[in-house]
Write a protein that binds this ligand. Structure first.
Ligand SMILES: *Cc1c(COP(=O)(O)O)cnc(C)c1O
Ligand code: SF4
Length: 368
């Protein structure tokens, strides 16, 4: 066992959390004022799910019930929800198929793992798949758990792609992040085609966190990729543009994962605008997710046909760069499954009959 990962623990006697404080959080009174919830309802929600909104993100609300409002302001539907599961994607260790996977890792695919290094976020999204656990200070990762995860990655030589996730990894202080990245890098950089990815909503909800100091840390560990999470065109501002630009200037390809959300972005016009705006700030759309059937977030779900309709409205109608994959993260831990509208109408030994984006039919003659 390479001792880089154990030295992480030895050199560090303070916990990786508490995470940084977002600095400027909307008060409970203000949330209560705007949310239409009475005191008891609000108390019930606060007891069950985390609530936190940065002043910055709150300032993006243009009117009540708009796409930004719905993502951050709690609603009574969260606690009246009877359908859905706490852990629909079977991420928790007791739900995993592989044996001996440490608590901070999800090892679902052959060559990559999800590594949850933080349990807090700057803003708690009302639709979050992990709302069962994010924001719970009792579930913050410890150095001991982090070292266990690093040892697993070290032992499993088939892993070449480590995805730092959470919560939000960029909620960790620079020093802590630097230390964890160095440890992951010391393993992954020796593997063929090794890469590190970071999944973060910070450029959307707290773009001020993207500083030169942070970029200087990240770029020591190339190849490093970031996937961020914009869901609505109003989230693209001068600040978020600056944050994504700084990451791109540091040589980091920035992608975006959007969740299809009822009342937020579930129409072709909003989605097309969002995708085009993303590409204009140098962020490449990567996935649109069908909303997971997670308890407390079912009011955000749409029919799957809506996602297919949106996909159809993008492909061919705008730059291919603005067209992400539409996927369902299969409940029960099946992983991401891509869905496509029916472009192929017939396929046999002689030919393929297919429809283009305008619905016109074309044929391709098969090879012998
Ligand atoms: C989404 C996910 C990944 C990464 O999937 P890609 O399609 O490679 O982006 C890896 N592991 C888990 C558990 C995931 O949910
Ligand atoms: S940033 Fe991600 S992990 Fe955090 S609350 Fe939002 S969706 Fe959940």
């Amino acid at each position: 066992m390479n001792c880089d990962s154990t030295s992480v623990a030895k050199s560090e006697d303070e916990p990786p959390n508490p995470a940084i404080e977002p600095g400027g959080i909307v008060s409970v009174e203000k949330i209560s004022d705007i949310s239409k919830l009475d005191e008891i309802e609000l108390k019930n929600i606060f007891e069950k799910y985390p609530v936190r909104i940065t002043n910055y993100y709150f300032s993006l609300i243009k009117e009540k019930d708009d796409g930004v409002y719905k993502q951050c302001i709690p609603s009574v539907e969260e606690i009246s929800d009877r359908f859905g599961e706490e852990d629909p994607l079977n991420e928790e260790p007791e739900h995993q198929v592989r044996q001996g996977v440490p608590s901070l890792l999800t090892h679902r695919y052959p060559d990559r793992v999800l590594f949850r290094i933080s349990n807090s976020c700057a803003m708690y999204c009302r639709f979050c798949t992990r709302k069962r656990k994010v924001g719970d200070a009792n579930k913050n990762p410890t150095w001991k758990e982090i070292v266990k995860a690093l040892m697993y990655i070290q032992e499993h030589v088939e892993i070449r792609d480590v995805i730092l996730s959470g919560g939000d990894p960029l909620m960790l202080p620079d020093r802590t992040l630097d230390k964890i990245l160095a440890a992951v890098y010391s393993i992954i950089s020796k593997r063929e085609n090794g890469i590190i990815r970071i999944g973060t909503r910070i450029p959307v909800v707290l773009p001020q966190r993207i500083t030169k100091e942070l970029c200087d840390i990240l770029k020591k560990y190339h190849p490093i990729y970031i996937n961020t999470h914009f869901n609505h065109p109003n989230e693209i501002t001068a600040e978020s543009k600056r944050a994504c630009g700084m990451l791109a200037d540091s040589g980091i390809p920035v992608g975006n994962q959007t969740v299809l959300l009822r009342g937020v972005n579930d129409n072709p016009e909003t989605m097309k605008k969002l995708m085009q705006k993303l590409v204009s700030i140098r962020v490449r759309p990567y996935y649109i997710y069908q909303c997971d059937p997670v308890k407390g977030a079912n009011h955000f779900r749409t029919k799957v046909e809506k996602g297919l309709e949106i996909y159809k409205s993008l492909r061919g109608h705008t730059s291919g760069l603005c067209v992400p994959h539409f996927v369902i993260d299969a409940p029960g831990g099946g992983g991401k499954i891509p869905l496509l509208p029916e472009y192929v109408t017939e396929i046999n030994n002689d030919k393929v009959v297919m429809k283009n984006y305008e619905g016109k039919e074309f044929e391709y003659v098969q090879a012998d």
